[in-house]
Design a protein around this ligand. Structure first.
Ligand code: DX5
Ligand code: ZN
Length: 224
């Protein structure tokens, strides 16, 4: 029997799937359509096989919206750039354990910048990486795909990981958001929410839809 989903999830459209020639308008459109956060995917062509944008673009968008910025860093090394992203307007700074030698130190650095740190788990990254950093973080993001590109198919085996992370968060007694990123859409959102997620990051399922508000409402209501 599936677990019930108590609250509407946070919906964080991923700008990766937006029209890059009209980013300001796209951000305004998802804000008007009811988005809760804006998810920003930073890629360096080294940590992941794709390149997107950096702090200056985020700083520009920061002036166009009140949405919290959920900044997903897929860059290595990550430590030298944390301050730049904090100053650009990131509210949450999410990092992969593989993007630097000392995860704990990187998370401390994000806290010292007065931003909310999060840990991103790749499909092959074990949940145990959270064990000794859980006191430092405000969110965990479970990847439903290998990072680098939008529009990929959700890896169903990650549902078990979401449930495992949810159990760890519950055991910690702390308030920590549990997001899922990659392959989140109408076909997968319900199972993802039932597994324990409370944040849905969605690129193509929002920016690829004809009606952003309807797409966001459908994701928000997917848990029943
Ligand atoms: C992938 C990014 C995702 C991406 C998801 O590396 O982290 O945020 O935008 O795209 P969809 O929702 O299309 O799978
Ligand atoms: Zn992302």
């Amino acid at each position: 029997m599936a677990a019930s989903v108590p609250r509407p999830p946070v919906i964080a459209p991923s700008l990766l799937a937006a029209d890059f020639a009209r980013l300001g308008e796209e951000v305004a459109a998802v804000e008007a359509a009811g988005a809760d956060w804006l998810h920003l995917d930073v890629m360096d062509g080294h940590f992941v096989p794709n390149i997107t944008f950096g702090p200056s673009l985020i700083a520009g968008l920061r002036r166009r919206t009140r949405l919290p910025f959920d900044v997903h860093l897929m860059i290595a090394p990550v430590d030298p750039f944390l301050r730049d992203f904090a100053e650009a307007g990131a509210d949450h700074i999410l990092i992969h354990p593989e993007s630097g030698p000392h995860l704990h130190r990187s998370l401390q650095a994000i806290r010292a910048l007065d931003r909310i740190p999060g840990v991103v788990l790749d499909p092959a990254t074990p949940v145990a990486v959270l064990d000794w950093v859980i006191d430092l973080i405000g969110s965990v993001l479970v990847m439903g795909v290998n990072p680098g590109f939008g529009g990929q198919t959700f890896i169903a085996g990650q549902l078990g990981k979401i449930a495992e992370v949810r159990a760890r968060i519950a055991a910690s007694g702390r308030t920590i958001r549990l997001g899922v990123d990659g392959g989140v859409g109408p076909a997968t959102a319900r199972a993802i929410l039932e597994a324990g997620a409370d944040v849905l990051v969605a690129g193509s399922a929002v920016f690829g839809a004809p009606d952003y508000a309807a797409a966001i409402a459908a994701l928000r209501g997917a848990g029943g």
